[in-house]
Design a binder for this molecule. Structure first.
Ligand SMILES: Nc1ncnc2c1ncn2[C@@H]1O[C@H](COP(=O)(O)OP(=O)(O)O)[C@@H](O)[C@H]1O
Ligand SMILES: [Mg+2]
Length: 428
C-alpha cells in the first residue's frame, strides 16, 4: 500500500518535470517567434521607405536571407511582356551568373510557385528536382520559395537557399517569408509606380524643352530677322533725312519697302501665337479652330488645303479639343516639313459614335515601319507626342504611308461623354 503511494508520487513529480521542460521549450519558441516578428516589422518599415527599385530588390532579398538564417537566394520578377521570370537579384557568388537570366513562367521551382501562387519548401532539392535552376556545381540542400503577390496578382517569387545551420527549413520560416513577401510585393509595386511617374515627368520635361527650342528657332529665323531688317532700313531712312533732306523720293521708296516687311513680321508672330495657343479653340471649338487654321495655311501658298467637316459641330471637353488640335498641328507641320506636298486634306467626321480625324498629304511619304525600328523617341518627339495624346483620349492613332505614296494620319476618338477622355484626366 505504502509503496504504491510513493511510486505514484514519484511518477507525478516526473510528469511535472517533463511538463515543465515542454513548457520551457514552448516558451523559448514563442520568444523566438516574437523576436522574428519584431525583426520582420523593422525590416518591413525599412523596405517601405525605399522608393528606388534596384536597392529595394536588393534589400528585400538580403532581409529574406537573414530572416531565415539562410546563405543564398534570388528574387525573380515576372516580365509581363514575355511572361518569363527574370532573376533580378541574386545573393551569393555562385548565384551571380544567374542575374538577368530568364526562364519560362512554368519552369523550375520558382515557376511552379508563380504558376500555382503557393509557397513551397523542398528539403532535398538535388535528389527530388531534376529541373534544376541553379548553376551546375552549385549544391542546393534545401530551398524555400514564396510567391510575391501584390493586389492579388503574382509579380514574381523569392527563392531562398540552404540554412546556415545545415538544417531543413521549417513552417515557421515559411510563415515569416510569406509575410515578408506580401509586404515586399506592395513595396515593389509602389517603387514601380514611382519609377513610371519619374519617367513620365522626364518625358513631359523633354516635350516642354523641345517646344521651347522650336519656338526659339522660329522666332530667330522669322520675326527677329525681319525686325533687324526693318531697324536697319529705319536707320538708313533717318540718315537720308539728316544728310540730304532734298532726297525725299529716296526716303519715300525706303519707307515703302518697310511696310511689307513689318506686315510679314506681324503675320509670322500671329501665326506663332496661333500655333502656341489658338484662342478660337477655346471660344468657338474644334471645327472653328480648324477653319481658321486652314485659312492661315492657305495664306502661306506652299500647297493647297481642303477641309471637310461631316456631321460634327458640337463642343468637346476643352482638353480633348486641345489634344486633337495639336495632333492635327503636328501632322500638318510634318507634312510641310518632310513631305513637300502639293495638296493637304483635312477631314473631321462623326462615324459610328466616333470622331474620325484625318490628315492626308500627297507628298513624298515614308516607311513608318523603318522609323519604328530605328526610332529613338528623343530625336523625333512629334510622332511620340501624337501617340501619347491619342492614348490620353482613349483613341486609336495610325499612320499609313509609303515612299512616293503620300501619308495618311488618322485619329479615331470615341465620342462618349467627355470626348474620349478618362474622367481622371479631365480633372483639374
Ligand atoms: N507626312 C510625312 N511625310 C513624310 N515623312 C514624314 C511625315 N510625317 C513624319 N515623317 C517622317 O517621320 C519622322 C518622325 O516625325 P516626328 O516624330 O514628327 O519628328 P520630326 O518631325 O521632329 O522629324 C520624320 O523625321 C519624317 O522622316
Ligand atoms: Mg514632327
Amino acid at each position: 500500500m505504502k509503496e504504491t503511494a510513493l511510486n505514484e508520487k514519484e511518477r507525478s513529480v516526473e510528469e511535472l518535470l517533463s511538463e515543465n521542460e515542454v513548457l520551457k521549450a514552448e516558451n523559448k519558441a514563442a520568444k523566438e517567434r516574437i523576436a522574428a516578428l519584431c525583426a520582420l516589422q523593422r525590416t518591413v518599415q525599412a523596405l517601405t521607405s525605399e522608393l528606388n527599385l534596384e536597392p529595394l530588390l536588393k534589400n528585400i532579398l538580403r532581409s529574406a536571407i537573414e530572416m531565415v538564417d539562410a546563405s543564398a537566394g534570388s528574387l525573380l520578377l515576372l516580365d509581363p511582356a514575355t511572361d518569363e521570370l527574370v532573376f533580378e537579384v541574386t545573393e551569393d557568388d555562385r548565384g551571380k551568373a544567374l542575374q538577368g537570366q530568364r526562364m519560362a513562367k512554368g519552369k523550375g521551382i520558382a515557376g511552379w510557385v508563380v504558376a500555382n501562387r503557393r509557397p513551397l519548401i523542398v528539403n532535398d532539392v538535388d535528389k527530388c528536382h531534376g529541373d534544376r535552376e541553379m548553376p551546375i556545381n552549385y549544391r542546393t540542400g534545401s530551398l524555400i520559395c514564396v510567391p510575391l503577390l501584390a493586389e492579388g496578382k503574382v509579380i514574381g517569387a523569392l527563392e531562398i537557399l540552404n540554412k546556415q545551420s545545415g538544417e531543413s527549413f521549417t513552417d515557421d520560416d515559411l510563415d515569416i517569408l510569406t509575410a515578408l513577401a506580401a509586404q515586399s510585393a506592395t513595396a515593389i509595386r509602389n517603387a514601380r509606380l514611382y519609377r513610371d511617374l519619374r519617367e513620365e515627368r522626364d518625358r513631359t520635361v523633354a516635350l516642354g524643352e523641345e517646344a521651347r527650342k522650336r519656338l526659339a528657332r522660329d522666332l530667330h529665323d522669322g520675326p527677329a530677322q525681319l525686325l533687324s531688317a526693318i531697324i536697319m532700313s529705319v536707320q538708313f531712312a533717318k540718315e537720308i533725312l539728316t544728310r540730304t533732306p532734298e532726297k525725299m523720293d529716296k526716303l519715300r521708296a525706303e519707307l515703302e519697302e518697310l511696310e511689307p516687311l513689318a506686315t510679314k513680321a506681324l503675320h509670322q508672330v500671329r501665326t506663332m501665337l496661333f500655333d502656341l495657343y489658338p484662342a478660337v479653340l477655346e471660344t468657338r471649338g474644334l471645327t472653328s479652330a480648324l477653319e481658321s487654321y486652314v485659312e492661315r495655311l492657305r495664306l502661306s501658298n506652299d500647297f493647297t488645303v481642303s477641309l471637310e467637316v461631316e456631321d460634327f459641330s458640337e463642343r468637346l471637353d476643352a482638353r480633348a479639343e486641345a489634344a486633337i488640335f495639336s495632333i492635327v498641328q503636328e501632322a500638318v507641320s510634318n507634312a510641310r516639313k518632310h513631305a513637300h506636298p502639293s495638296h493637304l486634306e483635312l477631314g473631321i467626321a462623326r462615324h459610328d459614335g466616333n470622331l474620325v480625324v484625318t490628315i492626308r498629304d500627297d507628298g513624298q511619304g515614308f516607311d513608318p515601319a523603318q522609323l519604328d525600328n530605328s526610332h529613338d523617341w528623343c530625336e523625333s518627339l512629334g510622332l511620340f507626342n501624337m501617340r501619347e495624346r491619342a492614348r490620353m483620349l482613349n483613341g486609336e492613332f495610325s499612320i499609313e504611308s509609303a515612299v512616293g505614296q503620300g501619308t495618311l494620319v488618322k485619329l479615331i476618338v470615341p465620342l462618349q461623354a467627355g470626348g474620349g477622355m478618362d474622367s481622371g484626366e479631365r480633372e483639374g
